[in-house]
Design a protein around this ligand. Structure first.
Ligand code: 0O2
Length: 247
């Protein structure tokens, strides 16, 4: 093989390995979030996560971001400075869920959170709201453990709705969009935030209502596992209660 082709082949191998570490980081994070979701469901009988998506940035998009941020175009420098090549997006039901999930992730062993960008408390000037965690995930490669940077975005369904449409309409558009249209997008983000706080309040009021009303007999006669409901016959409960009293 000519020297140039050999060099190119070696470089390609290096890029493949580089991209693979991010795929493994995404896999690792997806498993962690799935466990967290199931744990939450069992402990609180409630699932705060609506859905999870993930992606590894394309080489083209990595390059564009590196140029935009004036990062030297070498793999070690890109690895250190572009920290959202591996990305996970967790879409929650309510704003309070975002902070619960973020707290749980920060306590997870094997995951170190380096930065938390709270675009909910401090939205971007265009109205963008979301919580971003910049984390390092250990990835087990044949040559040893590699700590890989990843970004976890946590947002509500409403914030996700706005951000997805704004991404399509405007984000990364290189030309000027008329100010009145930008203002309207920003006021749509405000409306989304108001809807989120309204849903949060209704959610809390319903929870209070449930807590103030005694558990019904029905609840005590039911057991849930993996979203399946099992009926506990009264005779079975009475038998166990009697055995407990006699022991
Ligand atoms: P893509 O196409 O989604 O991958 P920083 O260095 O902190 O100033 P950085 O690294 O861009 O800037 O971080 P930031 O602001 O946390 O943004 C990271 C990601 O958040 C973006 O990735 C978007 O996915 C999302 N995001 C940030 N701002 C906006 C926004 O105004 N609108 C929408 N729709 N999404 C946003 P990428 O790589 O820019 O884009």
């Amino acid at each position: 093989m000519p020297m140039d082709l050999q060099k190119l082949e070696a470089l390609k191998q290096e890029i493949v390995r580089f991209m693979m570490t991010y795929k493994f980081a995404v896999d690792e994070l997806t498993t962690k979030v799935e466990i967290l979701k199931q744990e939450f469901q069992y402990m609180h009988d409630y699932n705060p996560i609506e859905h999870v998506t993930s992606r590894v940035k394309s080489p083209e998009s990595i390059l564009q971001k590196a140029v935009r941020k004036q990062v030297p175009l070498t793999l070690p420098s890109i690895r250190e400075n572009i920290r959202d090549i591996a990305g996970l997006r967790i879409v929650c039901s309510f704003v309070s869920d975002i902070y619960k999930i973020s707290e749980m992730l920060q306590k997870q062993a094997g995951l170190s959170v380096a930065e938390c960008k709270d675009y909910i408390k401090r939205p971007k000037p265009n109205g963008y709201r979301s919580l971003h965690l910049i984390v390092q995930v250990p990835v087990f490669m044949t040559e040893g453990i590699e700590k890989v940077w990843a970004e976890i975005q946590i947002r509500t369904i409403a914030m996700d709705f706005w951000a997805s449409l704004e991404h399509k309409l405007n984000y990364k558009y290189n030309y000027e969009i008329p100010q009145p249209l930008l203002d309207e997008l920003c006021s749509a983000a405000e409306a989304v935030a108001q809807l989120d706080s309204r849903m949060e309040r209704i959610h809390q009021e319903i929870n209070n209502f449930k807590a103030n009303n005694h558990q019904t007999c029905e609840d005590l006669h039911e057991l849930r596992l993996n979203n399946h409901r099992f009926h506990l016959p009264r005779s079975f409960l009475n038998m166990l209660l009697a055995a407990d009293e006699n022991s």
